[in-house]
Design a protein around this ligand. Structure first.
Ligand SMILES: [Zn+2]
Length: 90
């Protein structure tokens, strides 16, 4: 199984125990569980399908996202994965 490192706690885990985060539209940190977003991605531990908040907080505190994506990133929150279903009702 391929292993990845959590950006927050540095634990090395199998991909299934981590969730991918990539830069989506507008350079926003976006959950990418299906790994659809191209380009750089990073990983954080997940618990029951959600990012483990302690790992997220560690990664933010260390400014680890800036290193992971090699650029300055303003983190306010992690955006949910864009829905693949579009209901045209706006
Ligand atoms: Zn972690």
């Amino acid at each position: 199984m391929p292993k990845r490192t959590c950006l927050g706690c540095q634990a090395i885990k199998e991909k299934k125990d981590l969730v991918r985060i990539a830069l989506g539209e507008g350079k926003k940190l976006t959950l990418d569980p299906q790994r659809k977003i191209t380009g750089r991605g990073t990983y954080l531990c997940q618990e029951k399908g959600k990012i483990k908040s302690s790992c997220l907080n560690k990664a933010i505190a260390k400014k680890a996202f800036n290193h992971a994506f090699k650029k300055e990133i303003k983190i306010t929150k992690i955006h949910p994965a864009p829905s693949s279903h579009h209901h045209g009702s706006c």
